[in-house]
Design a protein around this ligand. Structure first.
Ligand code: NAG
Ligand code: NAG
Ligand code: NAG
Length: 408
């Protein structure tokens, strides 16, 4: 209960008018202040942090979004209540700040990568007496609860990635041999770790556990190739089953973004144990002039259903269809500074970004449109008066209803 002082339910003070800042970055000095940013597809701006938001993540159960900031707090937002008064739970990060927060696969805890101490702190989600979700830091140990087959990945700017158990002990050290690490991530299914760096590829490893949950080994799985230079970032879909309204389809997809000015969309659901390589499904281009070559970074995000890819360059976001490769919409000057994080929520309804004190939440309109288009294509050859057709039609109607509500 002593932890409770760390937690304060926060109905978030109205944020004071943004004062204009001078930016270190030359390209930014001519950009407008964010306070007048508006867009018809902007659902809500989440206000509450008093410092720059550095990272965003959503829990796989779809309920929570975590934003970490250099104001020494992580805030937990209810995805369902976006827009309902900016309600969030504030979690203090004592004596430090979290560069990022990542939920555990069971959505019951999150880890925070601490900037100053360069360590990982674990926070467990709980409920207080009013049934409100709170977070309790687990003192001392890395993670106290024990799950077989669980691990934590820590990646460093040099070519090192460490796979650790939940106590923080190193199980395996990977040398990525990619010159440096630009980005690394664990797949949502928790079976793979991947990294990209100075080289034009993404490397993926399988982390193996025995049936009883004992750590076994880390083995090379596959690589994503085809870019001509440095890969900045990549993303996975929610790698599980896609519910298309009638059938469940197992599918694995990844997307990459590179300094060569393109993103590449791959089918990674291959039998790599038999030497099969992932294959390219689509690729698209963005204007590198919108990006800062000297800053050297763009972020890519793939919607959980893999229908939509979003690329953040500088303070702009470009949204593409993975089916056609075509650009759908561009959000310009979304933040006053370079975008630090870009994600979709698990249901694929929103695109979220951070870059200054605020979190922008956009409607993923393309996601609805692509769902409708795909379902209508499926329906066409199905005889009328069939129950399958009816079920697809119901999905189409629901998606159209949601889309119309947004566009109104
Ligand atoms: C990379 O950095 C980590 C963390 O500082 C360190 O433990 C590791 O030894 C470094 N690896 C190399 C190859 O220098
Ligand atoms: C995301 O994947 C997890 C497991 O990998 C699954 O339990 C969950 O239902 C998926 N969510 C969606 C929206 O597809
Ligand atoms: C490691 O795990 C992967 C993915 O689960 C599996 O395909 C592979 O066969 C495993 N390798 C070993 C040596 O167990």
């Amino acid at each position: 209960e002593e932890h409770n002082q760390n937690i304060e339910k926060d109905k978030t003070d109205t944020v004071k008018e943004h004062t204009k800042k001078t930016f270190k970055h030359a390209k930014f000095t001519k950009k407008a202040s964010v306070s007048n940013f508006s867009h018809s597809l902007l659902s809500v701006t989440l206000k509450g942090h008093s410092g720059k938001v550095l990272g965003l993540d959503v829990s796989i159960n779809g309920k929570y979004m975590a934003s970490s900031s250099d104001d020494r707090s992580v805030r937990l937002w209810s995805v369902k209540d976006f827009g309902a008064g900016n309600k969030c739970v504030r979690v203090n990060v004592e004596f430090d700040h979290a560069r990022f927060a990542r939920f555990s696969p069971d959505s019951r805890a999150f880890i925070a990568g601490l900037a100053v101490e360069n360590t990982v702190r674990v926070f467990k989600l709980g409920k207080n007496n009013d049934g409100v979700t709170t977070c309790i830091p687990i003192e001392g140990d890395f993670v106290k609860y024990n799950h077989g087959g669980s691990f934590v990945m820590t990646a460093y700017k040099n070519t090192t990635i460490m796979v650790r158990n939940l106590k923080g002990d190193i199980l395996h050290t990977i040398n990525t041999n990619q010159g440096n690490n630009n980005y690394a991530a664990v797949s949502p299914c928790g079976r793979f770790v991947a990294s990209c760096g100075w080289t034009p590829d993404v490397k993926v490893w399988a982390v193996n556990f025995t049936r009883s949950g004992e750590y076994k080994d880390v083995t090379r799985a596959f690589e994503l190739k085809g870019h001509t230079t440095t890969v900045w970032s990549f993303d996975f879909n929610n790698d599980s089953t896609r519910q298309d309204g009638v059938n469940k389809i197992l599918f694995f997809r990844m997307v990459t973004v590179s300094k060569d000015g393109s993103w590449r969309f791959y089918d990674t659901g291959v039998e790599y144990e038999k030497g099969q390589e992932p294959y390219l499904l689509h690729t698209g281009e963005f204007h590198i002039s919108d990006c800062s070559i000297d800053k050297d970074f763009c972020i890519v995000a793939l919607s959980p259903d893999a229908r939509v890819v979003a690329v953040a360059c500088m303070n702009n976001i470009i949204v593409f269809s993975t089916a056609s490769g075509l650009m759908e919409v561009e959000f310009k000057e979304v933040h006053t500074e370079i975008i630090t994080a870009l994600i979709f929520d698990i249901a694929g309804r929103y695109i979220l970004s951070s870059g200054d004190k605020h979190v922008r939440v956009f409607h993923n309109v393309l996601g609805y449109k692509e769902t409708i288009r795909e379902l209508e294509e499926k329906i066409r050859p199905i005889p009328s008066a069939s129950s399958v057709r009816e079920r697809y039609q119901k999905q189409v109607d629901e998606a159209k209803k949601s889309l119309n509500a947004i566009l109104k």
